[in-house]
Design a binder for this molecule. Structure first.
Ligand code: NAD
Length: 284
């Protein structure tokens, strides 16, 4: 029997916590957090994500700002928008929807976001704080994975964890967060020889490779907890990086795709926006 680690109840828990704090703040002081999302171009998947983020922010009582730019806007135009948002006191969190079109320097844009408003946790100060396990804004998907595991009471300390992928958005921060929780962590990436052999040592296997169906039964230790971060739209529906049919009945617990990690990412964005607001306004 494989337990399904559904994201919705865990995400609702995070979201409800944020909503009650926002409600309380509005009643006491009349101010609420503001989240700005910058979308450059008209990538259909990005449009869907931005719409979901807007809806989620409004649902917990935050102000939501959308800044749209043309696909052929240059780096300078995007930097100008970020500068305006950095200065805007009603905006406490800024998220630039990735990927940016070719011709826009993504790193320059990300690093231009005021560190206090970096709700995607991708700036150098946020990532440095993560490495050193100091307080700071963490990448939403990575912290969502940890909260999901905590929600289902999966013990982390002393366990063997393997993370497939080392992106600064998902794989690397997840590996660091697991390490900070005293798991023993290995990271597999595109140049790792014999990845299945290493993956099979994992009590907790997190897969964020962006390769549909990469992970087969051979990669999974019987009864391991498997977190599938991948999202791929295919002719047969949305699939992950793990071959789901091979994980069910073999893993001890498995996150469904869709409906596993995905809901956590948006809930954590709201949580980060609350944290950013608290640092800038409540504690400031
Ligand atoms: P990325 O392309 O930036 O990074 C992929 C990583 O996987 C790289 O570090 C690469 O070395 C590694 N990799 C690639 N091929 C591999 C292979 N054959 N074997 C081992 N490692 C390999 O991708 P990302 O931004 O980290 O996203 C990964 C996946 O997670 C994508 O499918 C993305 O759509 C999905 N994602 C989901 C959510 C969510 O909320 N569920 C959020 C972010 C990303």
């Amino acid at each position: 029997m494989t337990t399904s680690l559904k994201g919705k109840p865990a995400a609702d828990c995070v979201r409800d916590g944020v909503k009650s704090r926002v409600d309380e703040r509005r009643q006491k002081a009349g101010s609420v957090p503001g989240l700005a999302v910058v979308l450059v171009g008209r990538d259909p998947a990005s449009e869907i994500y931005v719409a979901k983020k807007h809806k989620a922010a409004v649902a917990v009582g935050m102000h939501s700002f959308e800044c749209r730019l043309d696909a052929n806007s240059g780096t300078g135009a995007v930097l100008d928008v970020v500068s305006q948002l950095n200065r805007n006191p009603d905006v406490h969190g800024i998220l630039v929807q990735l990927p940016l079109p070719d011709g826009v320097d993504s790193d320059a844009v990300i690093q231009h976001i005021d560190a206090a408003k970096d709700v995607d946790g991708l700036g150098r100060l946020s990532q440095g704080a993560l490495v050193q396990n100091r307080p700071g804004l963490r990448p939403c998907t990575a912290v969502g994975i940890i909260d999901l595991l905590d929600y289902y009471e999966v013990p982390l300390e002393g366990r063997q964890a393997v993370v497939v992928g080392r992106s600064s958005l998902v794989g690397l921060p997840t590996a660091l967060l697991l390490m900070h929780r005293n798991a023993t962590v290995s990271v597999i990436h595109s140049k790792t020889p014999s990845p299945a052999r290493i993956a099979r040592t994992a009590d907790i296997l997190v897969v964020a490779a962006g390769r549909p169906g990469l992970v087969t039964r051979e990669w999974i230790k019987p009864n391991a907890v498997v977190v599938d971060v991948g999202i791929h739209r295919t002719d047969s529906g949305i699939v992950g990086d793990v071959l789901a049919d091979e994980a069910w009945g073999h893993a001890g617990a498995f996150t469904p795709v869709p409906g596993g990690v995905g809901p956590m990412t948006i809930a954590e964005l709201l949580h980060n926006t609350w944290m950013a607001f608290q640092t800038q306004v409540v504690a400031g």
